[in-house]
Design a protein around this ligand. Structure first.
Ligand SMILES: NC(=O)c1ccc[n+]([C@@H]2O[C@H](COP(=O)([O-])OP(=O)(O)OC[C@H]3O[C@@H](n4cnc5c(N)ncnc54)[C@H](OP(=O)(O)O)[C@@H]3O)[C@@H](O)[C@H]2O)c1
Length: 255
């Protein structure tokens, strides 16, 4: 199976690296030669757009403002175009005669193969091609099929979401420092705390309220903290942050 990546920047280079574990050949198209220095080895090949068009799947990973000029050159491409370009709708890509489209919203977790990749397909993508896309993207994290109308919500939730989690993590670190722990000690404790808590929820599939209840004993230290969290409206603040991000994503989609 041949895969091409057009735009080997921040995201494109991660996709190229991880997809090389699944594809026999990864063809790369990039304007800036320096960005290709580390890809001068098997199974990568540096090509032009015309050659990329011969591959089964093309990942489009350029900035939104550069997408239309590339789509113009990809006109009539008959493989599956996997677009990670923010805000670029499936219907817009179809206008270029590219009828098999997988629109994907990845997040930064792909760097460590723990990304969340929400994907929507155009009507013409066959089920075996969807399986092909899913199998490729699983080298970068969890792949979840969604309806395209939910892209603004996904943009806020898992696209911008890591930044919100980083802010919360930072607040834990600040508190740890205030309590006298060193950054080095606090860092490992806090990162594992977030990872372990998320894994517990992911594996048990239980609602977080169930686990909160289990770890909160009467008149204990945890309920003391929970009361302070509620007084500071932490919950409302987080919800408001996501909704603000959602509003912006809707605005960028012209809604
Ligand atoms: N970064 C994220 O966390 C993230 C998350 C979700 C989605 N995305 C989406 O992923 C896409 C890429 O983002 P990024 O942060 O990886 O951007 P980036 O680092 O700027 O990478 C894009 C690369 O494509 C190159 N390029 C532009 N036009 C080209 C052309 N005609 N032919 C070949 N190469 C071309 C750019 O070169 P120049 O620098 O010279 O223009 C750049 O090296 C964006 O559409 C973004 O919305 C990113």
């Amino acid at each position: 199976m041949k895969v091409s990546v057009i735009g080997v920047g921040n995201m494109g280079s991660i996709f190229a690296e991880k997809l090389s574990e699944k594809a026999e050949k990864v063809l790369l198209v990039e304007k800036v030669p320096e960005k290709l220095a580390r890809f001068k080895r098997e199974p990568f090949e540096i090509v032009d757009i015309e050659t990329a068009k011969l591959s089964d799947y093309i990942v489009l990973a350029v900035k939104p403002q550069d997408a239309s000029s590339i789509l113009e050159k990809l006109k009539g491409y008959s493989g599956v175009l996997i677009s990670i370009v923010a805000g670029l709708k499936i219907s817009t890509i179809e206008e270029y005669g590219i009828l098999k489209v997988a629109r994907v919203m990845p997040n930064v977790g792909v760097r460590v193969k723990e990304g969340v990749l929400a994907v929507s397909y155009s009507e013409k993508v066959r089920s075996e091609e969807k399986e092909g896309v899913k199998s490729l993207l699983e080298s970068l994290g969890l792949v979840v099929e969604i309806e395209e109308k939910h892209f603004p919500a996904i943009t806020a939730l898992t696209g911008s979401g890591p930044a919100f989690v980083f802010v919360m993590t930072e607040a834990f670190l600040d508190a740890a420092l205030k309590m006298g722990l060193s950054f080095e000690v606090a860092r490992d404790l806090v990162y594992k705390l977030f990872e372990g808590s998320a894994r517990l929820l992911f594996e048990t599939k239980e609602h977080p309220a169930v686990w909160k209840h289990r770890v909160t004993s009467p008149a204990g230290t945890t309920i003391e903290g929970i009361v302070a969290m509620e007084k500071s409206a932490v919950r409302g603040g987080i919800i408001e942050s996501l909704l603000a991000s959602h509003r912006k994503a809707l605005e960028l989609e012209g809604k």
